[in-house]
Ligand binder design. Structure first.
Ligand code: APR
Length: 226
């Protein structure tokens, strides 16, 4: 079976009702990144950071995978599908995809501020000040914030290097190192990009654009490659 590597971003989950970040009406229009998504923000105002992610988690709990997610599951019948996602939601998992790597963390998990190896599932939507790990330290959202290292990037690079096909869905390709992954695809590997809008790519790579929403775009992609 050929290896299909899929890199997804917020646009993948837009049709599930989850907001993207950089579009009009996106989250970074309403919130200041430096106030809710950095280690400094956490030090300065943890309550605000917790509230921001609690709201995201609440929205996620009432969201469902869309046909784009489900199309990627169907592709497992024909390809060895590896999903590398920038999304912190669990919609790929809930739709049934079996091989998923999260680059930017997971919204439904918390992590110890004393020992990053201690990661826990969050029950429900709320992570509170005073919620402690087994060593007695405050729990933080299990999210990679701006200014923090991306622990899974080396694994993602090696996945992309081994891709027979690379499919990118619903990301503005503005955030590094994730956006740089495209340049690790071997020269002969075709690259497809599904996004209804223009994407300002920092890569000179030849790309087959599918200017559609994720759900229709995945359907079109399936017809193109099968
Ligand atoms: N289907 C596919 N793509 C869509 C859809 C849709 N229905 N709706 C919007 N899009 C596209 C937009 O055109 C845009 O190119 O999704 C992309 C979303 O881009 P961003 O909001 O920048 O999200 P993303 O690229 O995932 O952001 C990367 O930035 O803030 C951080 O950590 C956060 O993981 C996130 C990272």
């Amino acid at each position: 079976m050929k290896k299909l590597v899929v890199l997804t971003g917020a646009g993948m989950s837009a049709e599930s009702g989850l907001r993207t970040f950089r579009e009009m009406g996106g989250l970074w229009e309403e919130y200041d990144i430096s106030e809710v998504a950095t280690p400094e923000a956490w030090r300065r105002n943890p309550e605000l950071v917790l509230r921001f992610y609690n709201e995201r988690r609440k929205a996620l709990l009432s969201a469902l995978p869309n046909n784009g997610h489900l199309g990627l599951v169907k592709l497992e019948e024909h390809f060895k599908v590896r999903i590398i996602t920038q999304n912190v939601d669990d919609l790929h998992e809930r739709s049934g995809s079996t091989d998923i790597l999260h680059l930017h963390g997971e919204l439904r998990k918390s992590r110890s501020t004393a020992d990053p190896r201690l990661v826990y599932d969050i029950d429900g939507w709320e992570l509170k000040s005073g919620d402690l790990c087994e060593k007695g330290s405050q729990l933080r959202p299990h999210i990679v914030w701006f200014g923090e290292a991306v622990p899974n990037i080396e694994i993602a690079i090696s996945d992309v290097k081994g891709a027979d096909i690379l499919l990118i869905i619903g990301t503005s390709m503005q955030v590094y190192p994730a956006a740089g992954l495209i340049d690790y695809a071997p020269r002969h590997t075709p690259v497809y990009l599904i996004d209804p809008n223009e994407t300002a790519l920092g890569s000179t790579r030849k790309i087959e654009f599918i200017r559609m929403k994720a759900s229709e775009g995945v359907e079109k992609f399936i017809k193109m490659v099968l």
